[in-house]
Write a protein that binds this ligand. Structure first.
Ligand SMILES: [Zn+2]
Length: 235
């Protein structure tokens, strides 16, 4: 290989490296994993909120049941008085009857509310089971994507290391001065320093070489730069 062929081979390695690094940087699985992480956080928060709601509802129901117990004991006491034959005064008996009726109505209302609470708690438990399932599915999907991403990044890293090694073999074969020019152009010209000329057109800037330039380029064996973009031209 002559110098320019070597230089062009080096350019191809640098172009490939850039592409590999872009693939690494902008890997679609990275954004997919990020979206899944956000979705998982939201699912966790929703589940947490539902669990707190359930805990509140259970505490409220426990309170209602305690209330029901004490109300039932009170009713039982009043009924014992009413039917126990201890109270004989008709006025007092009527008062007791009214009290038992009033407390009985209160107990019925409380029992209805407890039943409603139980239904609500049942619904919340079902919601928690559903939300847990959804959260677990998101977790599994994220783990899956992360594993796949890790594998693909490892493959890319291997390929990058291989191309770097190929570059390291090519570079010492080129004169230092040419390498310095190449490296400067690489930085200045978006990682593209050495380009082919196809049909008189520079493949770096896509401009046609002026007639006399093209003739001189075809004749010369040395370093020839595009008069428009300054890149090193390769036959
Ligand atoms: Zn050019």
């Amino acid at each position: 290989m002559d110098q320019l062929e070597l230089l062009y081979a080096l350019q191809q390695k640098d172009t490939e490296l850039q592409s590999l690094r872009e693939q690494e940087e902008n890997h679609p699985l990275k954004s997919e994993a990020e979206e899944l992480r956000v979705a998982l956080e939201n699912a966790e928060a929703e589940l947490e909120a539902k669990r707190a709601e359930l805990a509140n509802a259970q505490a409220a129901q426990k309170k209602q049941e305690t209330e029901l117990d004490s109300l039932s004991r009170k009713i039982k006491g009043e009924e014992e008085k009413l039917y126990g034959g201890v109270v004989a005064n008709p006025k007092e008996l009527r008062g007791l009857q009214a009290e038992v009726k009033f407390l009985g109505k209160k107990r019925d209302d409380l029992e209805t509310r407890i039943l409603e609470s139980m239904e609500a708690i049942e619904q919340m438990s079902a919601d928690i089971a559903r939300l847990t399932g959804e959260r677990d599915a998101k977790q599994a999907k994220l783990a899956d994507v992360e594993k796949k991403l890790e594998q693909e990044l490892a493959t890319l890293a291997e390929r990058i290391a291989a191309v770097e090694a190929e570059k390291a073999e090519l570079r010492p074969q080129l004169p230092a001065e040419l390498l310095a020019t190449y490296d400067t152009l690489l930085r200045q010209k978006h990682n593209l320093a050495a380009v082919k000329v196809v049909g008189g057109v520079c493949q770096g800037c896509r401009m046609e070489l002026p007639g006399q330039d093209y003739d001189r380029f075809k004749r010369t064996d040395g370093i020839f730069k595009c008069s428009t973009c300054g890149r090193i031209l390769v036959k």
